[in-house]
Design a protein around this ligand. Structure first.
Ligand code: ATR
Length: 273
């Protein structure tokens, strides 16, 4: 029997997740269907309940429901607990709902795919919202020399750094407090959505640095265009999207898909538009 999965978002019609999971299913020979469902803003739990009642086995969760998903789970992985956000829901054999968060592993796997070493590197993370909270644990587990979180509202960055202090060298503050040069600068703000550029000094990039935007689109974001002009290597979040999906797929189906072919297919799709 075909098992059903979906991605919940609002809006969700531009989601690439159905294409990615259909490709994973085909590749691994798994019999499943994966759709995109726009959940109502005020009743995410109701949408999940309905999906389960219709036989749904699991789901990905995207903006703006990751915290709602976190709250409805009966059990949580350690990394979801730490992130206070869930991007993967799993229907358990006993009937409960388990929550996990595969975003951070998606990011670190994508960095590894591009041969970017986090261990011993100086990492700057921009933003202190849900997207950043989800990736801090795996980043710190990769043992950077230092990780600084810069945010427009500096107190949020300070508090976030405190929450993760037991995992490694981490500090937070406002953009004016960013000091020195960094090997990897990760934009986890939503600034790119409005074409805004976080206020960084042009001297922020170390020689050979990478600029990473967790967002993606057909065109490079304003942050990536600016970073490339400063000599940094620009990377968008498409690879992270594919990698986090692969971790979710493995949680549901017990099989690890090959992400390379799916990366190539998605790049083609984006460039066709
Ligand atoms: P998400 O779940 O995508 O992380 P969020 O929790 O609303 O969304 O967080 C958005 C992040 O982008 C915040 O860090 C926000 O900064 P503030 O905490 O100061 O609001 C940041 N952000 C949004 N627009 C920005 C801009 N134009 N310049 C700099 N940072 C911006």
């Amino acid at each position: 029997m075909t098992d059903h999965y979906c991605v919940f978002g609002h809006p969700v019609n531009h989601s690439k997740s159905p294409v990615i999971h259909a490709a994973f299913a085909e590749q691994t020979g798994e019999d499943l269907e994966y759709s995109a469902i726009e959940a109502p803003l005020k009743n995410f739990a109701g949408a999940w309940k309905r999906f389960v009642a219709q036989g749904g086995k699991g789901a990905n969760v995207t903006v703006p429901f990751k915290e709602d998903a976190f709250r409805l789970c009966d059990s949580l992985s350690d990394r979801a607990q730490r992130a206070k956000a869930v991007n993967t829901l799993i229907r358990e054999a006993g009937g409960g709902t388990r929550g996990d968060n595969t975003d951070g592993l998606g990011l670190t796997r994508d960095l590894a795919h591009h041969r970017i070493t986090v261990e011993g590197a100086r990492i700057l993370v921009l933003g202190a919202g849900g997207a950043v909270r989800g990736v801090l644990e795996p980043l710190l587990q990769a043992r950077p020399k230092a990780l600084f979180i810069a945010n427009r509202t500096s107190e949020k960055a300070v508090r976030l750094a405190e929450d993760f202090r037991d995992l490694g060298e981490i500090a937070g503050g406002g953009y004016a407090e960013v000091e020195g040069r960094f090997d990897v600068v990760i934009n986890g703000t939503s600034a790119s959505l409005t074409g805004a550029l976080p206020p960084l000094a042009e001297t922020v990039f170390a020689p050979g640095a990478t600029a990473y935007d967790m967002l993606y689109g057909a065109e490079p974001t304003v942050f990536l265009r600016w970073a490339a002009r400063q000599g940094a290597r620009p990377l968008d979040g498409l690879g992270m999207l594919v990698e986090q999906a692969a971790v979710s797929f493995q949680l549901w189906r017990g099989k690890r898909p090959d992400t390379q072919v799916v990366r190539e297919r998605l790049h083609q799709l984006l460039n066709e538009k």
